[in-house]
Design a protein around this ligand. Structure first.
Ligand SMILES: C[S@@+](CC[C@H](N)C(=O)[O-])C[C@H]1O[C@@H](n2cnc3c(N)ncnc32)[C@H](O)[C@@H]1O
Length: 210
């Protein structure tokens, strides 16, 4: 999926992935990461997710990364916070109230951008990427995150080909092969659900970088 695909989704308001309610797996399992208050959490491919507000309520500083400037502007508008805007490398950074959202390409992140990150929340990020981009996603996190960072990762799988992604179906074994050389992996939950009329299973993982 190239940048144009996602920018056009935002422009045409095809944002069915956006949830108004807090993600229930985030609420249920975030504490298993045992991250301290005040620590910094990365939200890759963040859209205008309201889950970021909950992470702030838990005492975290949030760094989100999102291609669409429109999404980031909407996030702050809906939150009724006026962001400060400046430049961080090749990203435009919108910051306010313990959240900074970097507008730009996730794959351009540097170790310096991520130097304070101890936790990662991935909901609808990995599953938004086609198979040929997922290795780069996992490698960037493995190479650029500080050691012993922890991730809460939510994916889902469905009969391959049942719908045209994104979101893409990702099996547990695919998650293992992407992350197991760098992380200890626990499967926290696997729940069946109906996704647009097809049978799907939502998986929640805890990844701890070794
Ligand atoms: C499926 S949506 C999920 C958004 C969010 N995680 C949520 O739960 O609502 C994927 C988002 O990733 C953004 N995106 C896609 N590729 C990206 C990239 N390379 N860098 C930054 N953002 C990207 C898209 O614009 C879109 O908002």
């Amino acid at each position: 999926m190239d940048a144009g695909f996602w920018l056009s989704r935002w422009e045409k308001r095809e944002i069915g992935f956006h949830q108004e309610d807090l993600n229930r797996f985030l609420k249920q399992y975030w504490s298993t990461l045992e991250l301290s208050k005040g620590s910094t959490v990365l939200v890759p491919l963040c859209g205008k997710s309201k889950d970021m507000l909950w992470l702030v309520e838990q005492g975290h500083h949030v760094v989100g990364v999102e291609l669409s400037e429109a999404a980031v502007l909407e996030f702050f508008e809906e939150w009724k916070v006026q962001p400060q805007v400046d430049q961080q490398g090749c990203f435009t950074r919108y910051s306010g109230g313990n959240i900074e959202l970097l507008v730009g390409d996730f794959f351009a992140l540097t170790a310096e951008d991520l130097q304070k990150v101890v936790g990662v929340y991935d909901r609808a990020a990995l599953v938004a990427l086609p198979p040929d981009m997922r290795g780069n996603y996992a490698n960037l996190l493995a190479e650029k995150l500080p050691g012993s960072a922890k991730t809460l990762l939510i994916t889902f799988e469905y009969q391959p080909g049942a719908i045209k992604g994104p979101p893409f179906s990702i099996e547990i074994d695919a998650v293992k092969s992407l992350f197991e050389s760098e992380c200890a992996i626990n499967i926290l939950d696997s729940q069946a659900f109906d996704f647009r009329g097809i049978d799907a299973i939502e998986h929640t993982f805890r990844l701890v970088y070794l």
